[in-house]
Write a protein of this length. Structure first.
Lengths: 580, 578
């Protein structure tokens, strides 16, 4: 095993430390369980030996043996039940811990991490990977442990009863292991093939059935069917092979098992005849022979799962180990900003090789409006990222209320900005929860007041349960414009001294857009505002316009100044009203 | 599920041979304990070594035969089940292809995809399990009972009591845990949703400094997940200890009463050993049977979902139609008092729409979201059928055309810009199968896409990933516009297809379309006044009705809705300029 997986296992083991007593109890119970399980056939064997033939049944001896048997059964059952309980407790508690720790760290990670990792990847670390650890590592560990104990125990029991017959079992049984190994190795190849063809077919179906309307628009149905049939056929071929080969394992190990059974039967029978062995012991051996392959098969399965689980555990630990934003609880809080803000020689880039914002300076007085314009994808969000301290400048600084923003705690800086992005985000919860997201202590009258100011009281009341209607980001109960109005209401409720607003583009209908515009106007009164502008009126009324292009701030000034310059801004302005 | 069995009809032989092979294997397995009993009774008691050898050889032979029949059975079962799945999949795919937009809407395309893939796979696995186990598992139970009956009628009673008890235990635990596992899955989904929200909403959450509360929310979710996992664990932890106890109580009884019978001479020692063996086999088979039932329940649910799709008859058909010849002088597109409502809504989406569009004209359609713009253009290629009134293309009702003939003459750029896996060229050949590179490049040029396509490695051979995700939104839109232009359709429909383009590109695009497509009738659906201002005719929709038809100037004069839209989008100065 490589060093990486070793250290991962060590970390996992460390995670289990709080549950060590439970785990130890589970292991002790497992050992008891295996011992008792193996002991049971010995008792049965002895009992059989007392039932020899007509008139030769020793009832006096049978009674205590059956009592012994009953006790063994109870021990097996109880130890197994409690082992399961302990194992569950340990497993699920440890997984919860792992998830909570990963999530804790996620909520402290710099935006850079979250922006640069696909959402699905992070989710799967917290959900599927952790699940895999439970299936593979913990269930696997338990199986591995009982498997090994069973194998050792069986060996000890068998060797203590009859060495010769025991040797047959010892020598022959691993054959089934080899057979199983050989089959699974070859099956793997077919499964891989099947998975890949099935993947192709699934993505084809996703494309064609998922976009059925486009298929129809181009009368493309026949071509789609032809192509589908090809994939379908090859899936059939490879599936038959994969399913058939994978189903070989059971019959083959059963066959080897049958051989062991026959060999034990023959050799055992000879031993009985020569008097070294009894029929009861033979029966006990036959039982062992049947049980003996099981742990071998399980162990070989467990090892594959373990390898997968270690990889998953590593991914989870990677997330937990990721460096969070430095703790700033010791820094001063910015309680009420006075609305002034300046940027002093700010340099920033996401990738050191690609310079973005270079030597940017800006001086904003309280209550001013700053419009940011530029074509789509020009990096307007970068600017917001710096203001909100989602990212820190590489050099230079941003000063708020006369003090560098970096000297305040991040959270307190952010609370001084009200942010409404075009990409709306609502959490799954009631309308009320969503509006009071920034101020959970707000009472109903305040929430309603904010909703009224943001023009959403009306449509909220028309919802099925009014303010208690559960909504989510994906829900289609609300239109894009209504979602945006709710986000405005959310900011309205706390209304901080500075605003970051993102004007809507085309997905919102005219009437809602007018409402949003009015709400924006209401909010901006007397507040320093940064507006990502799409509307001419906004731009023309701004105290300062920042023109951005591919991440750079290319021009800076008022409408008239920039028009006079006849540069990028003038081009942008004219193109919008080119009468094409 | 039985209804779907007709897809096994080409695999009758396999579907019969599979279960039979498994049955034969089961018979062989039941003989094994009897042979062993013979070894003990005859071989050991008489010290007959050759007999033991002979019986040992019989055991090996039984093993070989068992292996052979099992392998044959598995092969046939796999072949039948996979063949079943393949034919079912093909039929379902074809069936879905006959659906109209209304049918697709009523299912939703996401669920159609799931039914095509996951559900069919589940049913296929279910069929495979069924073919392998439905005879074998019950047969071992019944067979073992019969065997015990031949050994001892009295002791069979023990079996008759304990087999149902075992089944009840297994069935009880499975039934109790299945809904619990469903709840676990739900809780897990919820946990996953919280993570997702925290990623997509990270900026808002941090802007309001709610990280701490989100951590609490996550903890609540993992707590309740843990609790339900523990309760499910408690129930399922009972299963194997309990079955162990019952099987072994049965074995104790076999030993005790078997002992009595041996003492009176009605039973032998070897037979007692065989009885114990049978008891174990019954337990194993019952557990397999429970697994089979579980997988069948899942397959049952999946097949119900599949049958649902089959039950839906396509609501529109073109069968029996032949494409009518264009009527001389008729408008390219004409709506005569058309109304339409979606199946799930009582309120009409369109009401009393009438207009004509002559060949070569450009028609702009504007209005707020949900006012029926897309619905209107979707009636032209007959994606939906007008509830009343008539839609005519080249003087004939769209109902008289074949789908291929009608849609073949229309180039459509849907709102959602989707490309398909393949190359740019393959995507461009969707409208015209054998379009040459020149034709494609011409269309790309008109769609303002030629430049960036040329820059891509391999040009037209550049590979497009699923849904075209390796292109930006604006590039995808331009490519879908080009796709519709290839082969010069008679009618071009642009459904808000410039929304991701910046204003300069949008303007250039409109220029190019106007100059390169003079014989085409073009419909432009948009929310932007600037996109449609120069159309020959603008249709202003308001809540499903026509609020005005005319040119930009006419509408500014006499259409209040249009004026309102304009004033929100353009400054007065610009309005006057036009």
């Amino acid at each position: 095993m490589s060093d990486i997986s070793k250290s991962t296992l060590k970390r996992l083991a460390a995670g289990f430390r709080p549950y060590l007593p439970g785990l130890a109890a589970a292991l002790v119970l497992a050992a008891v369980n295996v011992a008792a399980t193996l002991y049971a056939p010995i008792v049965t064997g002895r009992a059989i030996d007392l039932i020899i033939a007509e008139g030769k049944v020793d009832f006096a001896g049978l009674r205590p043996l059956l009592a012994q048997f009953a006790v063994t059964i109870v021990i097996v059952a109880l130890s197994q039940y409690f082992m399961n309980l302990f194992l569950n407790k340990v497993t699920f508690a440890a997984l919860k811990d792992l998830r909570d720790r990963a999530f804790d760290n996620l909520s402290r990670l710099p935006l850079k991490y979250i922006d640069s990792h696909p959402k699905g990847d992070i989710i799967s670390r917290l959900i599927t990977d952790v699940e895999q650890i439970s299936d593979g590592l913990i269930a696997g560990f338990a199986q591995l442990f009982t498997g090994v104990v069973t194998i050792l125990g069986t060996l000890v029991f068998m060797l203590s009863i009859n060495v010769k017959t025991a040797l047959i079992v010892v020598v022959l049984t691993p054959v089934s292991l080899f057979v199983a190994r050989y089959i699974s190795k070859n099956t793997f190849k077919f499964f891989k093939e099947q998975t890949s063809v099935r993947g192709d077919l699934t993505s084809f179906v996703e494309e064609m059935t998922g976009n059925q309307k486009t298929v129809k628009a181009f009368a493309h149905e026949d071509e789609a069917e032809e192509e589908f049939e090809k994939l379908n056929r090859s899936l059939q071929d490879v599936s038959v092979r994969a399913v058939f080969f994978s189903s070989l394992t059971n019959p083959c190990t059963r066959f080897v098992n049958g051989l062991v059974y026959a060999a034990v039967g023959i050799v055992g029978a000879f031993s009985v005849i020569s008097g070294h062995f009894s029929v009861g012991q033979l029966n006990c051996f036959l039982t062992y022979a049947k049980q003996y392959t099981k742990p071998f098969n399980e162990i070989s399965g467990v090892i594959t799962e373990l390898t997968g689980a270690v990889a998953c555990a590593k991914r989870v630990f990677d997330l937990i180990d990721e460096t969070p934003e430095p703790d700033e609880s010791g820094k001063d809080r910015l309680d009420a900003a006075d609305g002034t803000l300046s940027a002093e020689n700010v340099f920033f880039s996401y990738d050191p090789k690609v310079p973005l914002i270079e030597d940017f300076s800006l001086d904003v007085k309280s209550g001013q409006r700053i419009a940011i314009v530029g074509p789509t994808g020009c990096g307007k969000t970068t600017f917001i990222n710096l203001l909100m301290r989602f990212y820190e400048p590489d050099s230079g600084r941003i000063v708020i209320s006369g003090t560098p923003a970096a000297d305040f705690s991040r959270d307190s800086v952010r609370r001084n900005f009200g942010m409404v992005l075009q990409e709306t985000w609502l959490k799954t919860g009631t309308v009320r929860d969503n509006i009071s997201y920034g101020r959970p202590d707000a009472d109903m009258s305040e929430i309603e007041a904010a909703a009224k100011a943001a023009h959403c009281d009306g449509f909220i009341r028309r919802l099925e349960k009014g303010y208690d209607t559960v909504i989510s980001d994906e829900s289609s109960t609300l239109s894009a414009g209504q979602k945006q109005l709710l986000c405005i209401a959310r900011v309205m409720l706390s209304l901080p001294p500075m605003l970051i607003l993102d004007e809507a583009t085309s997905s919102i209908d005219t009437r809602t857009e007018i409402l949003i515009q009015q709400a924006f106007g209401e909010m901006m009164k007397g507040r320093t505002s940064f507006i990502i502008a799409h509307r001419l009126s906004t731009v023309r009324n701004a105290d300062c316009i920042l023109v951005m292009d591919s991440g750079h701030i290319v021009e800076q000034g008022t409408h008239d100044e920039l028009m006079a310059e006849n540069g990028a801004y003038a081009r942008l302005y004219n193109s919008q009203f080119d009468c094409g | 599920m039985i209804k779907l069995f007709k897809y096994l009809k080409n695999y009758k032989k396999e579907a019969v041979l599979g279960p039979l092979g498994k049955l034969f294997e089961a018979v062989l397995e039941l003989i094994v304990p009897l042979v062993m009993a013979q070894i003990i009774e005859t071989g050991i008691k008489n010290g007959d070594r050759p007999y033991i050898y002979k019986m040992g050889a019989v055991l090996v032979l039984l093993g070989v035969l068992g292996l052979a029949s099992s392998l044959t059975a598995q092969y046939f079962a796999a072949k039948a089940a996979m063949g079943f799945g393949t034919e079912l999949r093909r039929d379902l795919f074809r069936h879905i292809n006959t659906f109209s937009h209304t049918d697709i809407d009523s299912f939703g395309s996401a669920t159609l995809v799931t039914r095509m893939t996951a559900d069919i796979n589940t049913v296929q696995t279910g069929v495979n399990m069924l073919l392998r186990l439905f005879l074998r598992a019950p047969f071992i139970v019944v067979g073992a009972l019969i065997m015990t009956l031949t050994i001892s009628v009295k002791l069979t009673l023990i079996f008759l009591v304990f087999t149902p008890i075992l089944w009840l235990v297994i069935d009880f635990v499975t039934r109790r845990t299945v809904p619990m596992y469903k709840t676990i899955q739900k809780k897990l989904d919820n946990t996953s949703m919280i993570v997702g929200e925290n990623i997509s909403g990270v900026r808002v959450i941090r802007a309001f400094s709610r990280q701490h509360d989100e951590r609490e929310r996550f903890r609540d979710s993992t707590n309740s997940l843990q609790n339900i996992q523990l309760s499910a664990g408690r129930v399922s932890a009972v299963m194997s200890p309990l079955t162990y106890v019952f099987v072994n109580i049965a074995i104790m009884l076999i030993l005790w009463f078997g002992g009595k019978n041996v003492n009176t001479g009605s039973l032998t020692q070897g037979e007692v050993v065989a009885l114990i063996d049978f008891m174990m086999q019954i337990l194993l088979s019952l557990i397999r049977l429970a697994e089979l039932m579980l997988s069948l329940t899942k397959a049952q649910a999946s097949s119900a979902r599949i049958l649902d799709v089959f039950a839906r008859q396509p609501s529109l058909t073109d069968s029996g139609n032949t494409d009518p010849a264009p009527v001389e002088g008729a408008p390219a597109v004409e709506f005569r008092n058309v109304s339409f409502s979606y199946h799930d809504s009582e309120r009409p989406a369109l009401e009393g729409i009438s207009f004509t569009a002559m060949k070569g004209e450009t028609v702009g359609i504007i209005g707020g979201t949900g006012c029926g713009k897309t619905t209107l253009v979707n009636l032209i290629p007959r994606f939906y059928e007008a509830s009343c009134g008539e839609v005519l293309v080249n003087g004939s009702s769209v109902k008289d055309y074949t789908f291929e003939g009608l849609r073949g003459s229309i180039g459509i750029v849907p709102q959602k810009a989707v490309l398909f896996k393949g190359t740019i060229r393959e995507n461009m050949q969707w409208r015209k199968r054998n379009a040459s590179d020149d034709e494609i490049m011409k269309a790309l040029t008109t769609a303002q896409a030629a430049d960036f396509v040329k820059e891509k490695q391999g040009g037209l051979d550049y590979v497009t990933e699923q849904s075209g995700r390796n292109f930006s939104g604006g590039q995808r839109q331009r490519l879908t516009i080009a796709r519709a232009l290839v082969g010069s359709p008679d009618i071009l429909i642009l459904d808000d297809s410039a929304s991701a383009l910046d204003l300069a590109t949008d303007a250039a695009l409109r220029h190019a379309i106007a100059s390169d497509t003079d014989r085409m009738t073009v419909f432009i659906v948009s929310q932007r006044v600037s996109s449609i201002r120069n159309a020959d005719r603008i249709i202003v929709l308001d809540d499903g009705r026509v609020a005005g038809i005319g040119t930009h100037h006419e509408l500014l004069e006499n259409c209040a809705v249009y004026k309102e839209i304009c004033s929100s989008q353009l400054t007065e100065e610009v309005q006057d300029n036009v």
